[in-house]
Each structure stands twice: as C-alpha cells, then as structure tokens.
Design a protein around this ligand. Structure first.
Ligand SMILES: [Cu+2]
Length: 132
C-alpha cells in the first residue's frame, strides 16, 4: 500500500464585516416616548433620532458606551451644535462605534421618557479556505 504525502497549506480565516446600517428612533411618537424604546444594533451602525412631535432631546446617561446629547440645534461637541431640547421636527444621527449599552433620556421629561441602545459586537463571518 502506498501513501501519498499531502501537503496542506495554511488555512486562512478572513473576517468579513457586515456593512454598517442605519436605524431610526422616533422621538415624541405617541406622546413623551421614544419608539422603539429599546433598539439593538451592531457596532459601527448609526441611529437617527427623528423628532415627530413635542419638545424633547436625547441625552445619554453616565456609563453609556457612546456619549451623545442631541436636539434640534445639533449635538453637543459636534460642529458647534448643542443638544438642548426643542420643539418642531428635527433629526440627528449618532454613530455607535463600540459594543455596549447606551441609556438615554429626555432632559425635559426625565426618566419617564427614556430609551436604550444595545450595541452588539460586529457580526463576523469566517470564511475558510486552504492555500496550496
Ligand atoms: Cu421629552
């Protein structure tokens, strides 16, 4: 019986990152509320907070994985904007680069108007093949 020696090349694992997605939270939808109140996204995704009514803002709470405070005049620390609450319709987009949790609330309505962004690690697809 003869054995043929087979040389196996190193296997490569290439992580394929999924593309970033945008998500939307409606601010003031159905009263003093964020809809959805809890949103799960992936690291690198963006969330657009879109006010549809009332007088609100979105302000992350201590410990949030990404800090933000946004309102009709922009977001604190971004291009001279400020996150003071206001009326009318407006939208601001926040990027969440890191996995973790961001609790936020409205500076006007406090804990009665709060939400949570859960940021999961970037989903990775491993593709395996051999190099001979
Ligand atoms: Cu509010």
């Amino acid at each position: 019986m003869e054995f043929k020696k087979v040389l196996m090349g190193p296997a490569l694992l290439l992580p394929l990152a999924a593309g970033a997605a945008n998500h939307e939270v409606l601010v003031g939808q159905g009263g003093n509320a964020y809809v959805p109140a809890t949103l799960t996204i992936a690291a690198g995704d963006t969330v657009t907070f879109r006010q549809v009514g009332g007088f609100h803002n979105v302000a992350s709470q201590p410990g949030a994985v990404t800090a933000f405070r946004c309102g009709p005049n922009g977001c604190d620390g971004v291009g001279g904007g400020n996150g003071e609450p206001g009326g009318g319709t407006w939208q601001q987009t926040v990027t969440f680069p890191n996995a973790g949790t961001a609790n936020y609330l409205c500076d006007v309505h406090g804990q009665s108007m709060s939400g949570t962004i859960i940021v999961n690690p970037v989903p990775v697809t491993l593709q395996s093949f051999d190099v001979d």
